[in-house]
Write a protein that binds this ligand. Structure first.
Ligand SMILES: [Zn+2]
Ligand SMILES: [Zn+2]
Length: 144
C-alpha cells in the first residue's frame, strides 16, 4: 500500500477523489453502514438486540476508519511546512496499518480506545522519542 499524500487534509478532495487506503477504508465503512441501516426499524441507540449488535459492529468500522484518517490528515496539516515531515507521516501511516493482534499499540482495540483520546501532540512526542526529531519544538518556535 503506498503512503497517502503528504498534504492529506482537504476533505473535499479526500471525499471526492483520494484513492489512498485510509480514504477507501472510510468510504467503504460508511457505505456498508448506510446500506445496513437502510429501511431498518429505528431501535434506540442503547438497544442490545442481535440486529443492533450487528449495527454497532458495522458502525465501529466507521469510527475506526474515520479516526485513522483524521489522525493522519490533521498531522499532515500540522506538519505541512516541516522539512522532516516525510518520515514522521510514514510512521503515522504505518501505525494505521498494523493488522489486529500484531502489536498491542496501534491495534484495532488501541485505536478505538486510546487512539480516540490522544491529542495530536502525543504523536509528535512519541516520534521525538523514536527518532530524535523534535517537530513539536520546531513548530512552536515558528509560532502560528
Ligand atoms: Zn486519502
Ligand atoms: Zn435493537
Amino acid at each position: 500500500m503506498p503512503l497517502p499524500s503528504l498534504k492529506h487534509y482537504n476533505y473535499d478532495d479526500l471525499d471526492g477523489s483520494c484513492g489512498c487506503a485510509l480514504c477507501n477504508h472510510y468510504r467503504h465503512a460508511v457505505k456498508a453502514y448506510e446500506a445496513y441501516i437502510q429501511g431498518k426499524s429505528s431501535h434506540v441507540w442503547s438497544c442490545t438486540c442481535a440486529e443492533c449488535k450487528t449495527r454497532m459492529k458495522i458502525y465501529e468500522e466507521v469510527l475506526l476508519s474515520s479516526l485513522k484518517r483524521e489522525t493522519y490528515s490533521e498531522l499532515s496539516f500540522l506538519c505541512e511546512n516541516h522539512p522532516d515531515k516525510g518520515p514522521f507521516l510514514a510512521w503515522v501511516w504505518r501505525a494505521t496499518q498494523y493488522p489486529d493482534g500484531h502489536r498491542r499499540t496501534f491495534s484495532r482495540a488501541w485505536w478505538l480506545d486510546r487512539g480516540a483520546k490522544v491529542p495530536l501532540g502525543w504523536w509528535l512526542r512519541k516520534w521525538k522519542m523514536l527518532s530524535g526529531v523534535d517537530i513539536i519544538n520546531d513548530l512552536m518556535k515558528k509560532g502560528p
